[in-house]
Design a binder for this molecule. Sequence first.
Ligand code: HEC
Ligand code: HEC
Ligand code: HEC
Ligand code: HEC
Ligand code: HEC
Length: 413
Amino acid sequence: MLLFLLACAGPPEAPVAPAAEKPTPVEVPSEGLDADLEHTLAFHATRPIYEQPHGVGLKVPEGLPNLSAETCGACHTEIYAEWSQSTHSKAWVDPQLQAEMAKSGNRWLCVHCHTPLLVQQQTWAIGLVEDDVEAPQLVTNASFDAELREEGITCAACHVRDGVIVGPGLTDSTAPHPVRAEERFTNEDLCLRCHQAVQTYPGKTFVCTFQTGEEWEAGPYPGEGKGCRDCHMPEVERPVAVGGPIRKVRRHGWRGAGIAKVEGIQPPISANPPGLDIEASWSGQELALTLTNARAGHKLPTGDPERWVQVDVHFEDAAGTTIGKPWSDRMGQEWEWWPTPKKLGDTRLAPKQSKVETLDIPKTAVRAVIEASSHRMSEETQSYHELETYPISVVTHRMTVSETGSEGGLLTD
Ligand code: HEC
Ligand code: HEC
Ligand code: HEC
Ligand code: HEC
Ligand code: HEC
């Protein structure tokens, strides 16, 4: 049977090498927890920052029974409720991640961004056979916490280091646990450690291509003082913990494109409305469409190269019958994965960039119907991974345009 994979990002299209040639992970015996920890930290220190775990998680902060998000949620109720709806909380249970990881020996790479603490990882890499990223030497992790792994990018993944709760640094904190202020909570460093990573692996058909940080830096938002948190963690005034003082703090929903990981579970649209704006005007026999990346602080869409944003237009006559040929525009990246990953094209809109498309209006048309949507993957990829119940797209705009004006637009909650 032929097998292939993809990875940090990359859709499958064609089969590759026969299974016999595939390098595989090797299990090595444990030398005890302390020695294993030392070996894995030493190995990871030789790798790029985005291939390293974020923390260990063996020391639970004083005053807390464990690191689970539910424990934090007993006091930080609203933050917990928001996080529970977020993609970050689904970063391990994500059915697509699970399907992709099963297809390659490179999963040790995936875990550091999707389950960033060493205690969340069932095995630890301590080296590579012949420097092959698909052939890690793995020891079984004696401190593995299977329940914490389920929580993916859990509170502790961002907030626990060396047995201390780290955060932005509240003035006159009333915290019952030790706290330490760290700068990466108030600039882009925390986010970019996972959202900016570019790496190719010679001889492999997967790449790591998250360029959200560079896209943001190249755009107008840094100059306006708007970073990742300003759009993805909007400000709110409320108590940080039950019974605490009201403070100006930030929501924890991180709404992105709004394509749920689990049907029905995601932050509301108002938490961060879609990036696209559509203006349409009907003049004579022409429909002019202006498509703008009005709200995304980076390219639209960013991140995973399989994603795209689509605009569909069809015309109707007075009886409501579709006439003429429907029109469609797809804004995304185009990659060739075999034999070597290569980007072939990129039609995404940069931050605040607009483009105008002009469509001919069929003679008997009285209205144009416009729909926009965001897509995570194609139907082919969905069925390749056997992910039939996994949501793969979301409609973001619906509008109709006629000689007398337009109705509808961005969908709201
Ligand atoms: C992806 C990283 C990340 C995760 C996961 C995360 N946080 Fe935060 N958290 C942040 C950042 C960034 C800030 C700083 C926001 C700011 O600028 O004030 C923050 C701030 C806080 C604060 C300070 C008050 C506030 O709201 O700004 C508390 C308390 C907090 N987080 C608790 C939690 C809890 C509890 C969880 C899990 C339910 C959690 N966080 C998950 C990144 C994270
Ligand atoms: C028993 C209640 C309780 C539990 C459990 C709890 N916290 Fe807190 N935490 C607080 C209180 C109270 C504050 C301070 C709030 C204030 O002063 O407004 C706080 C403050 C914080 C801050 C802000 C630190 C700063 O100053 O930057 C963070 C981050 C945080 N907690 C994260 C967590 C995480 C993560 C967990 C779970 C591992 C957790 N907390 C568990 C009560 C709790
Ligand atoms: C430990 C790595 C890590 C850190 C730190 C991190 N992220 Fe993420 N983020 C991810 C991963 C992985 C996903 C996707 C999970 C999945 O789809 O399985 C994600 C998803 C997202 C999404 C949602 C994408 C979508 O369309 O659903 C947004 C928005 C986002 N992150 C913003 C942020 C911001 C802002 C910060 C900084 C406060 C941050 N992230 C910190 C790894 C991280
Ligand atoms: C000016 C507001 C703004 C800023 C700044 C911003 N984003 Fe976004 N981001 C958005 C919007 C809006 C979307 C939804 C785009 C869409 O409709 O698909 C989004 C989507 C995303 C997604 C999901 C993929 C996608 O394009 O749908 C990720 C991941 C993400 N942002 C991460 C980040 C990170 C990391 C930063 C900081 C470098 C950041 N964003 C800065 C507004 C912003
Ligand atoms: C450098 C950090 C990093 C590593 C390493 C990483 N990821 Fe991710 N992953 C992310 C981020 C950030 C996102 C969110 C980007 C977005 O939504 O566009 C993400 C999203 C995903 C998604 C969801 C895509 C979608 O459209 O919803 C899948 C599936 C995934 N990763 C699989 C993997 C696999 C498999 C590996 C290992 C081969 C891996 N990742 C390694 C950071 C990482």
